[in-house]
Write a protein that binds this ligand. Structure first.
Ligand SMILES: [Zn+2]
Length: 623
């Protein structure tokens, strides 16, 4: 943990920033990005606003992996503004440059877009390169063939990003990754595609987004002070991808030319960043939360403090080991940082607590705890109701059945309803006996009925069961070799024979597979549609392998599902019909795409004909 900043001399501050930067580039960050930006760089900005470190193109957080590639035009960084004073100063520079070429204030227009928080790059029609030092980037075109989505027709600068919703549900927790950008950095720099990469790539959620295609708002420059915060907030809220502020740029071409660029940034462009606020507060108590696997997470309950417009009363302490090492507990004085709408983070412990926290027993069931590296665990798997409740919540979340929140799951588990399959079979009256009101029970039953109308991927169903050491990547590897119906018959030797499995993991997983198989069979018995993972042998025999396909109109199972299935069967899914398109699949209410396909002579298939095409005779659709 870093010491308090005001105590650092300038040299120490610079040395610290240098060390944090090195660790960041090496892929082993010591502090969170927000803490780096809003605490350390902000301190430097306050002390030495002109320090060169603030004005270089920031180093890329990736090692050397691709061939150097010269950009067609230099990719600059963006000047950043944290306060309305800084925005005002930039506006005055724009206005005086405009005055010199006789553009009146009222004719200066700006465009605002969300600032995507990924990895900057440039697509020149043949090569996709990272920004690098601005003049030379690294050639990362290989990630396009690996499955990163890119529109070849739109050239120019943009950002490599992963869909935030996917990142949060499928990556963050399972792979213990805090930031979507770290995922992208890992994907770009990886020599071989890791399981969590291939899942995200198969889901089509990793993209190169050209800045020119971003949703934008336009405004007169003079209106900027009143409207930029609101516009930026709306654009960021509407973004599918993680954002860290907004970008404002002058639209007048002549004015852009007149203003030009420094070696660091275009003078006609400004990044609007929210300032991270830092505050000191006292810890009042520590709450220990028990998770599904028995892991105990400490949460600091703090004296209420205002940070970036919100009242903060709690903050995670990450691991129980932190409690011990840092002397966290009632009375400890701590510093927190918060930027934008991000959750507050612990920066430093400024005074240790003198009241030790009892880490020896589970706060829920009273069982003696054990350490698993830095984590504290309650080993009472069967008897700890906090774990049972968290397991239920996890099950319904992963299965995709809505409505089973923490309170309800606690209520059910305390009433003795521990088996999720039995819960899925409950009537309104059964739920009533567990204390669930009729109105809520009816909503739950209709959410269950709704989910039965949709497709549940077998990997999601297995994730719902929640076997330790069996993440979605691993279950996918198994399911590419064996059908889920056959899992019960696999022993450790059979698992270890699957590429990517060690003997140790195989031994941990194998004993749980019969239960996994039983649960999936029970789900099918209840009417859930479990979709099998496509096996390589399926793709080899696919009728649509290598075909370019466009889907249009509404589809009963949802278009995203259809597209994913087509990709899994080796097809390329396009968003619009062109002469290169092989097949247009039409659902209900097909619109202009159908007319265009007719015009271009592209094969048009109604849904039922498409389904029989992928189902056979050589094709084998996973149904
Ligand atoms: Zn317990």
């Amino acid at each position: 943990m870093p010491v308090l900043l005001p105590q650092l001399s300038d040299d120490e501050l610079l040395a610290t920033i240098d060390r944090l930067n090195t660790a960041y580039r090496a892929g082993t960050p010591e502090v969170d990005d927000d803490v780096y930006d809003h605490v350390y760089l902000q301190a430097l900005r306050e002390r030495h606003p002109d320090h060169p470190l603030l004005w270089n193109v920031e180093p890329e957080p990736v090692g050397a992996f691709g061939a150097p590639h010269r950009h067609v035009s230099a990719m600059l960084s963006t000047e950043k503004a944290y306060t309305s004073d800084e925005v005002g100063a930039w506006m005055r520079r724009v206005q005086s440059a405009a005055a010199e070429i006789n553009i009146p204030d009222a004719d200066i227009w700006v465009r605002i877009t969300a600032k995507l928080d990924g990895l900057a790059g440039y697509w020149d029609g043949a090569v996709l390169a990272t920004r690098g030092d601005g003049a030379f980037g690294q050639d990362v075109t290989r990630i396009v063939s690996r499955g990163v989505q890119l529109d070849r027709a739109v050239m120019g600068p943009g950002e490599l990003v992963i869909q935030q919703a996917y990142f949060e549900t499928a990556i963050a927790e399972q792979y213990d990754m805090a930031h979507a950008r770290n995922f992208m950095v890992g994907l770009v720099g990886a020599d071989t595609v890791k399981p969590h990469h291939s899942e995200a790539l198969a889901a089509g959620v990793c993209r190169f987004v050209p800045y020119s295609t971003l949703e934008s708002r336009e405004a007169g420059l003079a209106e900027l002070p009143e409207c930029y915060a609101q516009m930026a907030a709306e654009l960021c809220a509407a973004s599918e991808y993680a954002t860290d502020g907004a970008v404002v740029e002058v639209l007048n071409v002549e004015l852009r030319k007149a203003m030009g660029a420094t070696s660091h940034h275009h003078r006609w462009m400004l990044a609007l960043k929210t300032v991270g606020e830092v505050a000191q507060t006292r810890v009042e108590s520590v709450t220990l939360q028990v998770g599904r696997t028995g892991r105990i997470t400490p949460v600091l309950e703090v004296a209420a403090v205002e940070l970036s417009g919100a009242t903060i009363r709690r903050c995670t302490a990450h691991t129980a080991r932190h409690i011990e090492r840092l002397g966290l507990g009632a009375g400890a004085l701590i510093t927190l940082v918060r930027s934008g709408s991000v959750i507050p983070k612990l920066v430093s412990v400024d005074e240790r607590s003198t009241a030790p926290v009892d880490l020896g027993t589970c706060p829920c069931c009273g069982a003696g705890t054990v350490w698993d590296n830095d984590y504290l665990v309650c080993p009472n798997v069967e008897g700890c109701s906090a774990q049972a409740s968290a397991r239920l919540e996890h099950f319904f979340l992963r299965l995709g059945v809505k409505g089973f929140g923490p309170k309800l799951c606690e209520q059910l588990s305390q009433a003795g309803a521990l088996d999720p399959i039995a819960i899925l079979e409950m009537s309104v009256a059964d739920m009533g006996r567990c204390g669930v009101s009729a109105g809520i029970a009816e909503n739950l039953l209709s959410a269950i009925a709704q989910r039965k109308q949709e497709i549940v991927r077998d990997t999601d169903a297995i994730a719902a069961v929640g076997v330790r050491h069996l993440g979605r990547g691993d279950s996918r590897k198994i399911l590419e070799q064996h059908r889920w119906q056959d899992l019960a018959g696999l022993d450790a030797t059979a698992i270890a024979a699957i590429p990517g499995f060690g003997e140790h993991t195989a031994r941990m997983i194998a004993p749980h597979l019969p239960a996994v198989c039983d649960t999936l069979s029970a789900l099918v018995g209840l009417g859930f549609n479990i979709e099998a993972t496509v096996r390589p042998s399926d793709i080899a025999g696919s009728n649509i392998s290598g075909k370019k396909i466009v889907f249009t109109g509404t589809m009963p199972l949802g278009r995203a599902q259809m597209e994913q299935q087509a990709r899994a069967l080796g097809a390329t899914v396009q968003s619009s019909v062109s002469a290169a398109t092989d097949i247009l699949v039409v659902g209900d209410k097909a619109g202009s795409k159908k007319a265009k396909a007719e015009q271009l002579g592209v094969q048009i298939l109604p849904l039922d004909e498409y389904r029989s095409l992928i189902a056979g005779p050589t094709g084998t659709a996973p149904v």
